[in-house]
Ligand binder design. Structure first.
Ligand SMILES: [Zn+2]
Ligand SMILES: [Zn+2]
Length: 536
């Protein structure tokens, strides 16, 4: 290969990138000799001579990110007419983990601004070193579809960059078809069912399953990853696992992409059970959030800077406009950029993940954060989920149990919004009971997620039990940030009663912990309001 030095840039000046605050220096631009002067066919087969592949090589220097400025950089390249495949690979010195550069792609519809969501073609974060897009197929995480001519842009996410900065080299191979047939055999990283770019096809979520009488509990897991981002699961593998565990629904929340939606749609047509929800883990460098129940093909833009409360509020509003719910994920997780740097009051959010995988100290912190929000008078739903990436970290640990009339996306989302949710460490245990009973002229029973009004302070009777909890476990009734009462779980899971005098607006929730204080089960609250006229 003969490298031909074309040009040297310092401080990249593309006017579209004026808002890009990360300093991006392109050292040099090389064209491979076979790309510049002697285009070759992509496949050596004689009947594919209309295919020509040009390879561009680039070297980009990235400085370490500065607080308050964008963590995204864009590397533009030109795509000619009749492109049928773009393959990109990149390399850099990882410096034993000190450098991690995420990657994604925007097509010619994008202007290269963090504010411009047009032309999104996929994201693989730091989990792939190469990927491709073509009209009919793409690497999982990326979107197949039309290949508009013009300036495309690689997006780089500066997850970690050591202080001397890092050089990143790219190989961009663009195959064109002079016959314009658009057909090509794709080669490259493992392919899967591609998502086709066609935003106009976006439509509301899956339809209802046949209705049933009464409210019942549905078990599921709302946070997991597949080969469409950084997981090892296929979506079919997740569905099979959910089925064998007896889960009624799962939500696939791959990082920063919608490319898994078409596969979910295809599998859902095959069989409606378990219910598969389309999600996205909106993965910023200042915390993660899950969108649940997105319409097919809806991608939520993740480009918001840490601590940018306005930016995250806009994301939450966008998720709601699509009809989906949004949750704060693992707000105290220890991985870089995983902890929540935005509004601790979670305004505009429907839920907070207080339990992520195995119960640990970061979940205790999340539980405290949730309790603080509840004490402020806001209702927000606590969720627990596996965040599974592979079978070694199984789904359903913990499980979210949701009370809804129907096993449909809209019924489940509505129930989650209302807080009709409790969480257990395993799919089927412990089996919880938690109800509030008010006495008087018109006795009534209330369940998790209910808010009921008392005209005057009164005694509330709570019916609690935790069947199949191991010996040594305790059930605690928590109200307004305090443990009101703790009981040993009886060996046969017999129902127990706790009576509480409720004198002011309160919420009551249940925790079941084992002898080592690890969480076994957790409910959302039952809320009580004392009417002012009676207390004045
Ligand atoms: Zn996460
Ligand atoms: Zn996750």
């Amino acid at each position: 290969m003969t490298a031909l030095r074309i040009q040297v840039f310092t401080d990249f000046y593309d006017p579209h990138l004026l808002q890009m605050t990360t300093r991006l220096i392109i050292f040099s631009l090389f064209l491979c000799a076979f790309g510049a002067n002697a285009p070759r066919v992509a496949n050596s087969k004689p009947n594919t001579t209309s295919l020509q592949t040009k390879t561009i090589e680039r070297l980009v220097h990235l400085d370490s990110p500065i607080a308050g400025v964008s963590r995204y950089a864009y590397v533009p390249f030109d795509v000619p007419q009749r492109a049928v495949r773009i393959h990109i690979s990149y390399q850099y010195d990882r410096a034993h983990g000190a450098n991690t550069i995420d990657i994604g792609l925007f097509d010619a519809r994008s202007s290269g601004s963090d504010m411009d969501r047009r032309g999104f073609r996929g994201w693989s974060g730091g989990s792939r070193s190469e990927f491709f897009v073509s009209p009919r197929e793409a690497t999982p995480g990326y979107l197949a579809g039309e290949m508009p001519a013009g300036t495309w842009r690689i997006i780089l996410g500066l997850y970690r960059v050591a202080s001397p900065g890092v050089d990143v080299s790219f190989k961009i191979s663009i195959t064109t078809d002079d016959n314009g047939t658009g057909s090509i055999v794709s080669r490259g990283p493992k392919t899967a069912f591609s998502a086709i770019v066609n935003p106009s096809n976006a439509r509301p979520g899956s339809s209802s399953i046949a209705p049933r009488q009464g409210l019942r509990w549905w078990s599921g897991d709302l946070h997991m990853h597949t080969i469409y981002s950084d997981g090892d699961w296929t979506i079919e593998g997740l569905r099979n696992s959910a089925r064998s565990l007896g889960l009624d629904f799962i939500c696939v929340t791959d990082h920063n992409t919608s490319s898994h939606h078409l596969e979910i749609d295809r599998l859902s047509k095959d069989s409606p059970k378990p219910l598969l929800l389309r999600g996205e883990e909106i993965t910023t460098y200042g915390g993660h959030a899950n969108a649940w129940g997105l319409p097919s093909g809806t991608w939520i833009d993740f480009r918001v800077s840490p601590k940018d409360n306005t930016g995250i509020t806009n994301i939450a509003a966008e998720v709601h406009r699509s009809g989906a719910l949004i949750s704060i994920n693992h707000p105290f997780a220890l991985c870089g950029g995983c902890a929540w740097s935005y509004d601790a009051a979670a305004r505009g959010f429907d839920a907070i993940e207080v339990w992520n995988g195995e119960w640990d100290g970061t979940d205790e912190q999340a539980l405290k954060m949730w309790d603080k929000i509840l004490q402020s008078g806001r209702h927000i739903t606590a969720i627990g989920s596996s965040d599974s990436h592979r079978a070694a970290n199984p789904i359903g640990h913990p499980t979210a149990h949701v009370a809804a009339r129907f096993e449909s996306q809209s019924a489940l989302l509505d129930a989650i919004r209302k807080g009709r949710v409790y969480l257990t460490s395993e799919v089927a245990r412990p089996v919880l009971r938690f109800e509030a009973e008010t006495m008087g002229k018109r006795p009534a029973r209330w369940m998790v997620g209910d808010e009921f009004h008392l005209s005057t302070p009164a005694t509330i009777r709570f019916h609690v039990s935790a069947q199949t909890a191991p010996p040594g476990s305790t059930i605690s009734l928590v109200s307004n940030g305090q443990v009101l009462r703790s009981l040993s779980t009886t060996t046969n899971g017999r129902q127990q009663i706790i009576e509480v005098e409720c004198r002011s607006d309160s919420y009551y929730r249940l925790e079941v912990r084992d002898g080592a204080k690890a969480m076994l089960a957790l409910t959302n609250p039952i809320y009580v309001k004392i009417e002012k006229s009676a207390t004045d």
